[in-house]
Write a protein that binds this ligand. Sequence first.
Ligand SMILES: Cc1cc2nc3c(=O)[nH]c(=O)nc-3n(C[C@H](O)[C@H](O)[C@H](O)COP(=O)(O)O)c2cc1C
Length: 232
Amino acid sequence: MSDPRTATRLPDQLPDDPMHWADVWLDDAQAENDQPNPNSMTLVTVNNEGRPSARVVLCKQFVANPGYLVFYTNYRSLKAREIEENADVAIVFHWDKRGRQIRLQGKAVKSPDLESDHYFATRHWGAQLGALGSDQSANLDSRDALITQIRDRASALGIALGENTQTLASNDTPSIQRPQHWGGFRVWAYSVELWKDGKDRIHDRALWTRDIQQTSDHDFSVSPWIGNRLQP
Ligand SMILES: Cc1cc2nc3c(=O)[nH]c(=O)nc-3n(C[C@H](O)[C@H](O)[C@H](O)COP(=O)(O)O)c2cc1C
């Protein structure tokens, strides 16, 4: 069986499950650490009028089995509102230096609160404050208005900020609870394409699909993957 880390193309006998390959490709990009955000991915949501919108977010967890990934965001952001209207999303990872691309389609559902709490607690307090203080995607009168909003929300929690929002007025390390408007989304994959570049642009591609059925607020049951090689 070929090793996804070193293989220069997809094996003749396609792997039964693309998520393990995808996981290794993501790990590999993160291990090499030769680009600022190797876990960045383009996320496309589609609103209820069928209009798509794309933006970059960070993949914070990749669970090859049973097959979902997690990103974190503001639950009132445009992307989150669009996911509420339509849970189907598309995702693209691209690692230029490795000539690798992963395309994924799936259903997005909110992560369990406890999982979001745990992740939020691992963030630096500055990033926690940013999550608390921003109504992501809402209109803003000025940068100053945002700083005032952040300062006011911190102050409501008894946290006094220094000259700018990056410094504290005292040496206390603030403890900020995860705000209800911020948390994770799990994207349960039902379609995954692995792409490896090839000489003369004769690339290597394969697409796997499966059925997924929602079984609870956060989880799905999944059927086995079916893989097919595609023309480049
Ligand atoms: C490298 C990079 C990483 C980002 N990571 C995140 C992220 O993990 N979560 C997030 O909400 N926004 C992230 N953003 C900002 C988003 O691209 C986007 O501006 C924001 O989420 C608002 O999107 P929306 O209005 O479509 O909801 C990131 C941007 C870049 C360039």
